[in-house]
Design a protein around this ligand. Sequence first.
Ligand SMILES: Nc1ncnc2c1ncn2[C@@H]1O[C@H](COP(=O)(O)OP(=O)(O)OP(=O)(O)O)[C@@H](O)[C@H]1O
Ligand SMILES: [Mg+2]
Length: 1046
Amino acid sequence: MTHMALEVKESLEERCNRILRNMEASLTARDRVGIQDFVLLDAHTSETAFLDNLRKRFHENLIYTYIGTLLVSVNPYRELDMYSKKQMDTYMGVNFFELPPHIYALADNVFRTMLSECNNHFILISGESGAGKTEASKKVLQFYAVSCPSTKVLNNVRDRLVLSNPVLEAFGNAKTLKNDNSSRFGKYMDIQFDHQGGAVGGHILSYLLEKSRVVHQNHGERNFHIFYQLVEGGEEDLLRWLGLERNCQNYNYLVQGNCTKVSSINDKNDWKTVRKALSVIDFSEGDTENLFGIIASVLHLGNIKFEADHRGYASLNNNQEMQWVSKLLGIPAQVLQQGLTHRKIEAKTEEVFSPFSVDHAVYARDALAKAIYGRTFNWLVNRINESLANKDSSRKTVIGLLDIYGFEVFNVNSFEQFCINYCNEKLQQLFIELTLKSEQEEYKLEGIEWEPVPYFNNKIICDLVEAKHKGIISLLDEECLRPGEATDLTFLEKMEEKIGGHPHFVTHKLADQKTRKTLERGDFRLLHYAGEVTYCVVGFLDKNNDLLYRNGKEVMRQSKNTIIRLCFPSTEPDSKRRPETVVTQFKSSLVGLTDILLSKEPWYVRCIKPNEAKQPGRFDDVLVRHQVKYLGLMEHLRVRRAGFAYRRKYEIFLQRYKPLCPDTWPNWRGTAAEGVRCLIKYLGYRSDEYKMGRTKIFIRHPKTLFATEDAFQVCKHKLATRIQAKYKGYRVKGDFQKQREAATKIENCWRGLMARKEREKRAWAVKVIKKFIKGFMTRNQPACIDNSEYLAYVRQNYLTRLKENLPKTVLEKDAWLTPPPIMQEASQLLKKIYIRHMVWKYVHGVSVQKKGQLQLKVQASSMFKGKKENYPFSVCRPFLDTRIGEEDISIKVLQLIGPECIKYSVPVVKYDRNGFRPRLRQLIFTLEAAYLVEEAKIKQRIEFSSLKGVSVSNLSDNFLILHVTCDDINKKGDLVLQCDYLFEALTKLSVIANKQNCIRVVQGSVRFDIQPGREGFVDFKSGQESMVYRAKNGHLMVESTRTKSR
Ligand SMILES: Nc1ncnc2c1ncn2[C@@H]1O[C@H](COP(=O)(O)OP(=O)(O)OP(=O)(O)O)[C@@H](O)[C@H]1O
Ligand SMILES: [Mg+2]
């Protein structure tokens, strides 16, 4: 065994021990009274031991005990504190045997099995009248109402399911001697669940309502509750409208049992409950009005009294009650009166109305009342079914609740008891078929050893009742249909004749001496599986016929009450073909029921009534022993003990528990049986705990299964987490892949878009370049479509470049951007305009002072341009007003010159006339004369009038020779000067002295007068370097460097 198997095994054992410990611990001393499961009873074959256990527990108010999964319930006849919400919660989802037995444990187990196995189930609740069947079924329903998943929609369905009960009970239950709330009809209710366990719908089938109760009740019994509820609880207005008085004593149909009031019943409150329930299950105002109209008219019908006319026939003289019926059912009074007092006979071609005798009329009236009530009850069930119907067609599973009349034995037993007890025989058959017999057969089929359990098969009784042609039902029907004078007694005789020898049938005539004493002449006795019941044959034919005269139906068809119209449809076959008898209808409805039940998994609740007095705490041994016997409990227990507690098909078992073994999870490859063998080996089942059948595994003790189930529950959560994680991973991966795909898609689209744009751009570029080249090639042709753009581009380009490269000053005017050929003309025009513009700008920027200076420059230009070599270098040097400020001239000199006004002064080098020695002097021009000044001394004054001329060389020296007129020998002669500002000084002189023409530019040599009559020479030449010296010839030699011409 693997490690895992060990672990599971250990945990299983631990779990079992823990459960046992828990069970012990959680059970109070009271809980531990007796044993909870009869299977554990030592003396399991002893009826007395069985009874002892039941009694012991009953006295401790432990009303529930198991036989395996069957629940035995004893009516406590007192309210027990065990049906609270808390109790429901305790039982929800807990294993069957972990808590004290309870109807909730069974309900929960059915529910969970249904959910996990996805199949249909039914809970058969049986027991005699007053044993607590209806209460049990209500408890189950309440448990589902609380424990099932709820939503708004589901709650709506739940409310309808729960509230259908009080309505059906009001119309179908009555007080009997046995039970104050006895169900007088059989009820099978399907609760439909969706796959999550939500109650989504329901359906009710009803069986054989005891209609005779409408017109007759035994002493101490009542009519159906609804009549009393209406009279006691109905609102004043309603009663007035229905023509009723608030007194049950006034109504013949309510007083026959002589007990209109019952202490355990509160009709007023019940009325309110019914009204509320009707609105929840969707009854319209019209529906309720019609419904109560019918109930009231039944009461009125019961009060109709017939009088005998002179011929003894029944007559109704403007009967008040009849008028009410006519009003409430909407039938013309005439028609109704005729219907109640006459029967229609068809004689050959014509219809004849034959008057009733008074007795006959009463009979017909009662028949009508029963028919109306019975059919209305069926309508009510159908109407409730409409309200419970689930319209959606998705797959559902159902749990059926069968609450059907239990076996009944009265002092006088009639047709109804016959039917009810027949029904119980059938259910016993079903039980036998489903459990005992099928159990044995299954063991046989599965090849499992079986110790046969002797049991009584009641098929023989069923056959006695229902066999074709010779069964009691057939004989009864035959008698009913037989023309001629058939009576209840002829029916009895017929039975004696046909089935007289049957071991389960006896009559007064057939009985032995001893038995005969216990039988009346009109009785017959059946030995039911549950015991003997003596039936009084009186009324059998009548009740079986359930004859409603044909014109009774016809009258009803004229009703304006919609429920009555639905209950008496015109499509119903008329009396020519007789309708099926009551017992035959009942028989076929039981066949239907059997089919329904056979297709589902059975669960049983067996209800036991502890005493006949409805008293709490009283346990009548004889009564209970009788019930234990006819409920087949001992047989059931024997089978349980002999066999195996649990069996399942290998496939289902494996499917459920395969996660518990690594070899079978998640998939088993071999056959299911091998899988199960592997699984239980892994789980460590002991060989005596189980048996392997052909298709199923059989497990002897429940605890083995529960241990397995527990291990599964633990494992399931782990698996669920893993599956969840896997699934989440799968989902996330899926999402991621989707996102990735989306991203790729977007990327592709984007790339495509960009590529298309790029392609367009390139195509555009190619076009542009092509055009450009073509334009370039045709640029010199006249403007045409090919070159227009190119030329425009060239133009624009030139203009743009031109804009950025315009000459900055007038002087740069020749630095004009060379234009392309097509811009030649434009360029010239632009250049002209631009230069003009620059000039204009320049001119407007020139001050008066500057203008004066420039005019002097012009003067200088006219005098020296192209004549003296170094002139061009002077052009750029602006002229100043003077080169020596007055502050640099001696005050003495200024005083001497005084009024003459100095115009210009400049430093000069004077060369002596004799020896040519250079001396620094100031040359000052006034308006009248030029002065040569040595500091404070005026060395020479030359009046402009005596200035003959000025000589300068054509070379780049700065020498000037001022020629003066010299008459006086004492006066000084011409001046030989060198001045750095030669051009400036000479221009000033020419302007100040107005001597423009006296300046001469000479070449080679200049003669000058040293003194009158004595001459000197200055020679000029170009040389390597500038120098001034006295040449050998006595001349002053001025050598200057040659300057490059600009
Ligand atoms: N579990 C219970 N707790 C308390 N009282 C109960 C319980 N079961 C039944 N009773 C009492 O017994 C009475 C009869 O029960 P119920 O109506 O269920 O019987 P029944 O088996 O349906 O009878 P019938 O066959 O006549 O319809 C109830 O009205 C109630 O007073
Ligand atoms: Mg009941």
